[in-house]
Design a binder for this molecule. Structure first.
Ligand SMILES: [Zn+2]
Length: 376
């Protein structure tokens, strides 16, 4: 089975880079757009109105990202508002849909005003979104060779496999970014030439709100030139919600920001002998009350337990081979690290040697496909 993921090469201003991506991935973005519109058909217009405060917050905090998105929309010939809504998981997964009617009516249609973030309210829950991920991150003294190693399985709906790209962002004034994207622009993971990497996991929190969509914050994290600025980006107070962001740095630091809209637990690899393991549920005691998906916790806990098994067993010996072995692991199947069944399956697998800025990727399940090397 072919394992390589096609590359999109870009260069220029934010808008130019976005436009190049939109043109290169037009067929894929338009297919994703059609699928999303069909899924939300009856509520799409209502969701567009509800996305207005998200647009306003992003315009204020991340204007460059929004400018890049305008380029993508133009290049792909998709209405900008539709493309923006496709990035607002907080609305599409109904994490904050319940807030819309109660709190956002007055803000809708006034996208130029400063975003007034509504007070979190009880959340209307959507069935568990088809996303998951398993991560192991290791720095000295946990690694065999003193490098920083990251292992990541990305679990999504199987249809996402067809829309995967590796996108090289060469934006004037930013470090070059090499990222795995869905549709060329929506970033899953990546690293940049300044030696900053981002991997991580979807979380389901009960305090999501209007703000900068977590999916767009990812783009800003990878634009930073050092770990401290990347962490500050991940925890920007305007965030609508948060992933569990694992940020690595060539200076051998790795930080885990287990966030939500209003809170975050920050842990450092060096306080646990150089290791971080995480999947799709809250681990920090102070974050447990924010968990909105306790019913599916076991599907995540089994994968986390397995990553922790590897962390314990191979501490001091972690390298490419150990990362690859974990990512191909089937213990606790069907809720295994290499995931073949359920709403989400492993659509790509990644290993990063951040010290040497090397990224290996396997499309699909890594037990069935070889890793291919991509470099900055
Ligand atoms: Zn497998």
């Amino acid at each position: 089975m072919a394992t390589s993921i096609p590359i999109i090469e870009t260069r220029g201003t934010h808008y130019e880079v976005g436009h190049q991506i939109g043109v290169a991935a037009r067929e894929h973005l338009r297919a994703m757009h059609a699928e999303t519109c069909a899924e939300y058909r009856s509520t799409w217009q209502q969701l567009l109105r509800a996305s207005a405060p998200f647009v306003a917050a992003t315009q204020q905090r991340l204007p460059n990202v929004l400018e890049e998105m305008r380029g993508v929309a133009a290049g792909a010939e998709i209405p900008f508002d539709d493309l923006f809504l496709m990035s607002v998981e907080e609305l599409l997964y109904e994490e904050v849909r319940g807030l819309e009617v109660r709190n956002w009516k007055l803000e809708v249609g006034d996208t130029r005003s400063s975003p007034a973030l509504p007070t979190p309210s009880p959340v209307t829950r959507h069935p568990s979104p088809p996303k998951g991920c398993s991560d192991l991150a290791a720095a000295p003294p946990a690694t065999r060779d003193g490098h920083v190693w990251l292992a990541h399985n990305n679990d999504l709906g199987a249809s996402s496999r067809a829309h995967l790209f590796v996108t090289r962002f060469r934006v004037t004034g930013e470090p070059e970014i090499l990222a795995v994207t869905v549709g060329g622009w929506f970033i899953s993971i990546g690293m940049n030439h300044a030696g900053v990497s981002l991997t991580g996991n979807q979380l389901n929190a009960n305090d999501s709100r209007a703000g900068v969509p977590r999916l767009l914050i990812v783009r800003d994290i990878l634009a930073q030139t050092n770990l401290d600025d990347a962490l500050a980006s991940a925890l920007m107070p305007e965030r609508a919600s948060s992933y569990n962001n694992i940020i690595g740095s060539q200076d051998r630091r790795i930080v885990n920001a287990e966030g939500s809209a209003t809170a975050a637990a920050v842990t450092w690899a060096h306080t646990d002998d150089g290791i971080i393991a995480h999947t799709n549920h809250y681990l920090a005691p102070e974050m447990l009350h924010l968990e909105a998906d306790a019913a599916h916790r076991n599907m995540s806990a089994s994968r986390c337990a397995r990553a922790l098994d590897y962390a314990q067993k191979y501490r001091g010996h972690i390298d490419f081979e150990i990362c690859a072995r974990l990512l191909r692991d089937h213990v606790y199947a069907p809720w295994s690290v290499c995931k073949h069944a359920g709403q989400s399956v492993t659509v790509f697998s990644a290993i990063i040697d951040l010290t040497e800025l090397k990224l290996w990727l396997a499309r699909g399940n890594p037990c069935e496909n070889e890793f291919s090397l991509y470099t900055i």
